[in-house]
Design a protein. Structure first.
Ligand SMILES: [Zn+2]
Length: 647
């Protein structure tokens, strides 16, 4: 599925990385800065009335109809949000730790720090900020990120800003629901200059920036704490912004998919040109065909007709036959793009003539539609069918027609969101550069030279320097040092090592490999690592150190917990029957196994060791260290072979 980006393609990628800062309190108040676990104490409802349009010439009525966003329910938890988040009280002074952290990043990235920092308000229309705007401060501009010690990637700007409220649900028809615990958590936003390169090179830039932030130990780690907006353009075309990429593995897929999609769009535009399709040919005739479908056996149509005040309309697209379903690049079609667009308006989807008859829509239906649209059967005219609530359909037709006309321009500048499998879907037109207004409740913050020179000792270490220190401190090899540092478990790793006694048999290498390789391999099998909490992991290593469980059982317990089959370490140990076996019991069991296999041993000699190990591990896996079994059996086998004695 991966599309090789060949030399002819010039793919430009710009990153805007947002990472939560690990401060104890929020940016403009003293509430807890860590976010809560979706348990709330009370809620309130607000009605947002956006006054300024940052939606360009997009049909606003339709957008609001889709989003049903005028009413919003906010959930609050005491200690995690206060009157500041509720916009009932002015913001307090800017969190000094947060500002210091962003200044450190500016220094590390050689960025020019402003003499005075101004808090600005940026309009937000989706309800994710109670006030209707997000507060942001431009801390520095320019500078560069050094990648692999030689390549420099330019920095556009570095901002300190507040995180938005967390979207909890959009399923309630009356209002959207947001949790306020995340609103106001400080974020650093770093925008890099667009770069060209292979996906691997581009991912490496993102990785390098992420590592720099993490090496400060001043950022929050784990899922949801980092979000990247990625601007992608192919061959100097329009820029598409993909919002909310959370992981590097997802970034690779997004780059692949978006490059492929944009290539498809360019090819579709060429076909528009070849066919000489003028704007006036698109949607020049629209017909209400509801009555034609009253007795339709199509399940989709039946469902549409059950909605409130339903209507089914079809739109004529002259000269487009064969082009709506045209797939110039695998899985990229006008039909698919339009389906996403229609769903954005809160409708189920659409049918187009290139895919019919199908889905219960018959050849007779097609004949009737063509008649009502004055399409000559067999001509090169196409049509699409849309259905649903009358208001929604009326709101959709203008933007949909415009959207189809836009295919002649190739890639359309828009904001897209990322799906779980790394594809992207339409999320909204790209807003113009967002309007900013000064925050009148907070005075500008002067940045003095003394502060900057004090901070110079605290600049985060370059990546390779940091890895060297980890290797030295814990005796890990380079690969494991990098893996544990890049994982979500570095802090936990340090905590585990600190909690062990100096004479412990738990080596840092063992702990690091369990926290990286084992958890990664279990996650690859689609097990859920979020079910395995830091507390559980600590408990497992604690039991291991006390000799209550064997080293081999660690991965078995991880697996049980990550499968959700056990909800506590004790429960996992009980259900796996992992209580450690004492030596007397172990040796008598191994003696018996040895004697039971004596014929094989006589026949194979020293080569029977593998068979003996295999057989004993099926019985003893997780209960006894494999090395202990190995030592005992090896000694026994050597003695036997030397003496030739039967036991
Ligand atoms: Zn607060």
């Amino acid at each position: 599925m991966s599309l090789d980006i060949d030399n002819k393609l010039n793919v430009k990628v710009g990153f805007e990385i947002h990472q939560q800062l690990n401060t104890s309190t929020k940016l403009f108040c003293d509430c807890n800065g860590k976010g809560s676990e979706d348990v709330y104490d009370f809620d309130f409802i607000r009605v947002l009335r956006p006054t300024k349009s940052e939606l360009g010439d997009f049909d606003r009525a339709a957008l609001f109809e889709h989003a049903k966003m005028s009413s919003i329910k906010y959930y609050s938890k005491i200690g995690y949000s206060c009157l500041v988040e509720a916009d009932e009280e002015p913001p307090h002074n800017v969190n000094k730790d947060a500002l210091e952290t962003v200044l450190l990043f500016s220094l590390a990235l050689n960025s020019n720090i402003a003499d005075e920092i101004h808090v600005m308000r940026k309009l937000v229309i989706d309800g994710s900020n109670v006030s209707g705007f997000q507060r942001t401060m431009l801390v520095s501009t320019g500078g560069y990120l050094e990648v692999d010690n030689f390549k420099k990637v330019g920095v556009q700007g570095i901002c300190l800003e507040e995180d938005a409220a967390k979207l909890i649900s959009t399923t309630n028809p009356k209002f959207k629901e947001y949790g306020l615990d995340r609103l106001g958590i400080p974020l650093v936003e770093i925008a890099l200059e667009p770069i060209s390169g292979t996906p691997a090179e581009i991912v490496n830039v993102a990785l390098t920036l992420g590592r720099l932030l993490r090496s400060s130990k001043r950022v929050t780690r784990g899922i949801g704490s980092i979000r990247q907006d990625v601007n992608i353009s192919v061959n100097g075309g329009q820029v598409v912004e993909v919002k909310g990429v959370q992981q590097l593995s997802q970034l690779v897929k997004v780059l692949d998919y978006e490059t492929k999609r944009q290539c498809g769009m360019i090819k579709i535009a060429e076909e528009f040109k070849n066919r000489n399709i003028e704007d006036s040919l698109i949607g020049d005739k629209i017909a209400d065909v509801t009555s034609l479908f009253i007795n339709s056996s199509s399940n989709v149509i039946k469902k549409i007709l059950k909605s409130s005040d339903p209507i089914i309309k079809c739109i004529r697209l002259r000269k487009l036959r064969g082009l709506v379903g045209y797939e110039p690049v695998e899985d990229i079609r006008i039909g698919k793009e339009l389906g996403e667009f229609v769903r954005f308006f809160g409708l189920g989807g659409l049918f187009h003539s290139d895919e019919l008859p199908n889905y219960g829509i018959t050849a007779d239906d097609i004949g009737n539609i063509e008649k009502s649209l004055d399409i000559i059967p067999g001509s090169d005219d196409a049509f699409i069918i849309i259905g649903g609530n009358r208001n929604k359909i009326d709101n959709l037709i203008g933007p949909l027609t415009k959207r189809i006309i836009q295919f002649k321009d190739g890639v359309i500048a828009e904001t897209r969101s990322v799906t779980l499998d790394g594809t992207t879907i339409f999320s909204r037109p790209r807003p113009g550069s967002s309007r900013m207004y000064p925050e009148t409740d907070i005075m500008p913050i002067p940045i003095d030279i003394e502060l900057i020179s004090r901070l110079k000792d605290k600049i985060p270490l370059p990546w390779n320097e940091l890895i060297k220190r980890i290797m030295k401190k814990y005796g890990l090899n380079m690969k494991l040092s990098e893996q544990i540092f890049d994982s979500d478990y570095y802090d936990l790793f340090e905590a585990i090592i600190q909690s062990t006694s100096p004479s412990s048999t738990l080596s840092p290498t063992f702990v690091a490999s369990k926290l990286t390789e084992d958890i990664v391999s279990l996650s690859r099998n689609n097990l859920d690592k979020t079910l395995l909490t830091d507390e559980m992991i600590l408990e497992i290593f604690n039991r291991l150190e006390k000799g209550l469980i064997a080293k081999e059982s660690v991965i078995l317990i991880f697996e049980k917990l990550m499968k959700g089959e056990s909800v506590s370490v004790q429960e996992a140990i009980n259900s796996l029957n992992l209580t450690k076996m004492d030596d007397i019991e172990l040796y008598s069991l191994l003696d018996k196994l040895f004697n039971d296999n004596i014929n094989i041993i006589r026949e194979k000699g020293a080569n029977s060791m593998g068979i003996l190990m295999g057989k004993s591990m099926t019985v003893l896996r997780g209960k006894v260290d494999g090395s202990k079994i190995n030592n005992y059996l090896k000694g026994k086998l050597e003695t036997f072979l030397k003496d030739g004695s039967s036991m």
